[in-house]
Design a protein around this ligand. Structure first.
Ligand SMILES: N[C@@H](CCC[C@H](N)C(=O)O)C(=O)O
Length: 276
């Protein structure tokens, strides 16, 4: 089978984007891993599948697969690429679309300057609603990671994040603690591990070891979760500029019960066709 794809990225968090509206696409986990493979396939952190919506009042369904082939609930950098993709492919001429994901509806909007703003929905701390996030909704919780106890904030942006504050992201133990936190027994569905350095009340630096993909150059939901964690810990005020290894995002959140807004770029790199 030949599959048309487009390679895109948001701050270097890269994607293979597939048009499942005009192509009939069903991929096995092995085929997803092949597409994501940087040596034998196209190479990406996540595969994004654009589909017709399954419910009334929304424009598309957005499915997300990590490089390890697992399907996940949400992807922020991907959401920005999603709206650019459906525009460039002529699948819609709307600048603001409603998109159904595994974790609810999000609304990406293509701005006049080419950036994309996404209403990512409300962050969730409650253990009753998202049992896989954490057994408690305390803003700061101890987590035993190897021989170290770290203070995390567990927050869901549709997908689960465990955010810790570090003095310097450049020397933070991302490669060592990242995989341990990702697979920590506290998070039976695994978790994205964020390492947040506060620069001032409106500016942070962030690295994220992503569930199912390893450390990426940027993580959109990770940026939202980190800002929610920082504001909840009274370290930050909205809006916050988030510097990642791949570039900058702006994140705004007005506190509990309100949605998080993320603004940043989305870039198309090339299109191609691959035999599966
Ligand atoms: N890169 C993403 C998040 C992708 C999913 C994540 N790895 C998970 O497993 O939850 C983003 O930009 O949000």
């Amino acid at each position: 089978m030949k599959l048309k794809f487009t390679k895109m990225h948001g701050l270097g968090n890269d994607f293979v984007v597939l048009d499942g509206v005009r192509q009939n696409i069903t991929l096995t986990p092995a085929q997803l891993r092949f597409l994501a493979d940087r040596n034998f396939g196209v190479g990406c952190d996540q595969i994004l599948l654009v589909e017709k919506p399954g419910q009334a009042g929304v424009d598309f369904r957005y499915r997300i697969f990590n490089a390890d082939g697992s399907e996940v609930e949400q992807c922020g950098n991907g959401a920005r690429c999603f709206v650019r993709f459906v525009h460039e492919q002529g699948l819609t001429d709307k600048r603001e679309i409603k998109v159904e994901t595994k974790s609810g509806i999000i609304s990406p909007r293509l701005e006049a300057d080419g950036n994309v703003t996404v209403d990512m929905g409300k962050p969730i701390f409650s253990p009753d609603r998202i049992p896989f996030v954490s057994p408690t909704d305390a803003v700061i919780q101890p987590l035993q990671v190897g021989d170290q106890e770290v203070a995390i904030t567990a927050v869901s942006m549709g997908n689960p994040h465990a955010v810790q504050v570090v003095a310097d992201v450049d020397t933070a133990p991302v490669a060592i603690q990242g995989p341990m936190i990702e697979s920590h027994p506290r998070f039976p569905q695994r978790v994205n591990a964020g390492f947040l350095q506060v620069v001032d009340r409106h500016s942070v630096r962030l690295r994220v070891y992503e569930r199912g993909a390893g450390e990426t150059l940027a993580c959109g939901t990770g940026a939202c979760a980190a800002v929610v964690a920082g504001i909840s810990r009274d370290l930050l005020d909205s809006p916050v500029r988030v510097s990642t290894r791949g570039g900058e995002l702006s994140i705004a959140w007005n506190g509990p019960g309100t949605p998080v807004h993320m603004t940043g770029p989305a870039v198309t790199v090339f299109s191609g066709e691959i035999e599966l």
